[in-house]
Design a protein around this ligand. Structure first.
Ligand SMILES: C[S@@+](CC[C@H](N)C(=O)[O-])C[C@H]1O[C@@H](n2cnc3c(N)ncnc32)[C@H](O)[C@@H]1O
Length: 404
């Protein structure tokens, strides 16, 4: 691979914004890619993938490069040189890379790789928490899986198509996919590409959605004609899936505390041809109270640490703080208590997170079942999905029934 100066400089600029200004990697990359219209798809994927790679391995690379935050431009070039050496990329003969100690880099890599927190590039506190919650063995396996680049998975929109048909349509647009065993609506890209540019996407034939994320709506056991409340709907990944499973029949009320996310949900629902979705922004608790005892099904896709989706979102390792986890644990408990009241007696509810930590998952559900509200519920089933076992994102889901 020959490195192009403007692509490397764009990557360094992006890293400076992510590491030093605390900006979100996806937003920074999106903005960076707009910088030069002449960049082709390979140039764009070089910038995106290299930036994500260096974000993922920040601690390891910084330790090898012997630099500390906040990083100067010179530091970022040293980190970049580490990336080159460890990836086997020829270091360009530019002044920024003069005197790169190739042998020393390799030696330090071998030495640091013996310690998990460096090898897997995680902050001390997170490494300690992972061990405490999951035990050494599972945490070590899981971290390694979560540091692997995530595959791109699509969900064929059954309101408009099915996986076999979609695979044929995408092939005509030059995109090869494979079906995914045991995930009936999923297609996995053989090679990464920007699927958002395809006509099939504009026509609402699919959504990009991780395979295990596709398990959540399925788990709720919805039927056409039901009244379903999706309480933490966000931009509607699961809402759209619910609409498809309900064949557009019945009613879905999609709630969130952020109106802008719900606006995006509306846009996506229109593209997907999902007509049975109504959005309501949770401005006061009245919005929730009005819905008490009214739903056949309730989905709580709770806000969480997002530790199960680190492979997609590597900068979360650096943005997460222990205080946030404490706060989110409280929010999850409150949400379970309040939103479970939306369910009718005899109805079913799913509590789900994209976390792998028991404190956000089964322990949260067990705690809820002991509360006054929770005593009305019975746990029917739960799934704890590890990324290291499934090859996709880590997820948790519990199906609960409100007893008649
Ligand atoms: C895991 S995300 C939801 C993802 C979404 N269901 C999807 O499939 O695309 C959690 C969502 O909960 C929302 N949220 C946070 N606190 C909330 C609260 N107290 N009530 C309702 N929604 C909340 C966040 O804005 C976020 O959109």
């Amino acid at each position: 691979m020959r490195l192009h100066r403007n692509l490397v400089f764009a990557t360094i600029d992006a890293l400076a914004e992510i590491f030093n200004d605390g900006k979100y990697a996806d937003k920074v990359i999106e903005k960076t890619l707009k910088r030069d219209k002449r960049w082709g798809s390979r140039d764009r994927s070089f910038i995106a993938e290299t930036t994500y790679d260096i974000v993922r391995w920040k601690r390891l690379y910084a330790e090898i490069a012997e630099v500390k935050e906040p990083f100067s431009r010179e530091d970022l070039f040293r980190i970049f040189a580490v990336w080159c050496v460890l990836r086997g990329v020829k270091i360009p003969e530019w002044p920024q890379f003069e005197g790169t100690p190739v042998r020393r880099i390799k030696g330090k890599f071998d030495e640091l790789s013996r310690t998990r927190k460096y090898r897997e590039s995680v902050p001390d506190w997170l490494d300690e928490l992972g061990v405490k919650e999951l035990g050494e063995k599972i945490w070590t396996q899981e971290l390694s899986a979560l540091n692997t680049q995530a595959p791109v998975v699509l969900r064929a929109n059954s309101l408009k198509t099915h996986p076999d048909k979609l695979a044929g349509i995408l092939l005509e647009e030059g995109i090869e996919t494979n079906k995914v065993r045991n995930y009936p609506e999923a297609l996995e890209l053989k090679e990464r590409s920007n699927v958002f540019r395809t006509k099939a996407f504009q026509d609402g034939l699919f959504e990009v959605q991780d395979a295990n994320s596709q398990r959540v709506a399925e788990f709720l056991d919805v039927q056409p004609g039901m009244r379903v409340v999706d309480t933490c709907a966000g931009a509607g990944g699961k809402t759209l899936h619910l609409a498809a499973l309900m064949e557009n029949k019945g009613q879905i009320i999609a709630l969130d505390i952020y109106g802008n996310k719900l606006k995006e949900l509306k846009r996506r629902a229109k593209r997907a041809g999902a007509h049975n979705v109504e959005t309501r922004s949770i401005e006061t608790t009245k919005v929730i109270k009005k819905l008490y005892n009214s739903a056949d099904r309730v989905l709580i896709d709770a806000p969480c640490s997002g530790l199960g989706v680190l492979s997609r979102n590597p900068d979360a390792k650096w943005k997460l703080q222990p205080e946030f986890l404490e706060k989110i644990n409280k929010t999850q408990a409150e949400i379970l208590q309040q939103y479970s009241r939306i369910l009718k007696k005899g109805g079913k509810m799913v509590y789900a997170t994209c976390s792998i930590l028991p404190s956000e998952n089964d322990k949260q559900v067990q705690k809820f079942l002991k509360t006054d509200d929770g005593k009305e519920f019975r746990l029917l089933r739960e799934k704890k999905i590890l990324s290291s076992e499934s090859g996709y994102d880590g997820f948790y889901m519990a199906l609960l029934e409100k007893q008649a």
